[in-house]
Design a protein around this ligand. Structure first.
Ligand SMILES: [Ca+2]
Ligand SMILES: [Ca+2]
Length: 266
């Protein structure tokens, strides 16, 4: 069987025809630094004879690498060779490389495809507390003063809190919101705290947040309060102070009377 017959309706001798998809550029898109994404160039043979791809190579081979297809292969008519490219940026910004396909295609023995991708900042959790210190002030023995601290994940990846607790515990306690939790990006947990002094004097404790924040694995909020003795029983109001109050009221009324009397002359 001659090559011309093999070619069917095509004129001329049978020949391979390299037809990559995409034809001239492959955009892998945004990939976080530290991660990797793969995409594929489908090298189709649209000719009338076997296509031999001798190699697939990268000009730079830094952020881009070949996962499959580097050694090429024989591609029968209407068949496809998959060249799999990985983009694993190590820095932020747009990056390019060039994939070269060497084959026995008569007019395209070296076919180039531009590879593009953009490295983006890696997503990270970021712990933040609404305050770095909280004072409950003076609290009478037997009373309880309450306040809250909000712990927020202001980062772009989930924050894993392994412990959210008081270092000492005792007169200052966590009423709700403590313990281990996972906060999606942007979420927060409200920690309700109570100070119930058991003795006169200053008390301090630390609300400690242990998480997978890269640079603040331990974040402390200093808590303070002072217990004070209950005041002495209130003294009964004396008749003299009542009389003083009455005179003041009368005085105000008298002045108002004199202002209204003068106003028409103004
Ligand atoms: Ca060709
Ligand atoms: Ca941080």
């Amino acid at each position: 069987m001659s090559a011309a017959v093999e070619a069917g309706n095509h004129l001329g001798p049978a020949a391979p025809e390299i037809t990559p998809i995409p034809t001239d550029s492959l955009g892998i898109g945004d990939v976080e630094v530290g991660l990797s994404r793969q995409d594929t160039v489908r090298v189709k043979n649209e000719g009338t004879a076997d296509l031999t791809v001798s190699s697939a190579t990268l000009s730079l081979g830094g952020a881009f690498s070949l996962i499959a297809g580097a050694s090429g292969g024989v591609v029968p008519m209407n068949d496809t060779l998959l060249v799999v490219v990985a983009f694993a940026p190590t820095s932020v910004g747009a990056q390019t490389d060039t994939l070269t396909l060497a084959s026995d295609d008569l007019d395209e023995p070296s076919l180039q495809i531009e590879l593009t991708g953009t490295g983006t900042a890696p997503s990270m959790p970021e712990v933040e507390a609404s305050t770095d210190s909280l004072g409950f002030g003076m609290v009478v023995l037997g009373d309880t003063q309450r306040d809250t601290v909000t712990v927020r994940n202001v980062g772009t990846a989930a924050l894993s809190i392994s412990a959210l607790s008081l270092v000492t515990g005792g007169d200052i306690s966590i009423e709700s919101g403590g313990g281990a939790t996972s906060l999606p990006a942007g979420d927060s947990v409200r920690v309700a705290l109570a100070f119930a002094p058991s003795a006169v004097g200053a008390v301090s404790d630390t609300l400690r947040i242990v998480s997978d924040d890269a640079d603040e694995a331990t974040l402390d909020v200093v808590l303070t309060g002072t217990g004070m003795a209950a005041p002495a029983p209130e003294i009964a109001v004396s008749p003299d102070s009542l009389a003083l109050g009455a005179r003041r009221v009368q005085g105000v009324g008298a002045r108002r009377g004199s202002w209204s009397g003068r106003s028409p002359s103004g």
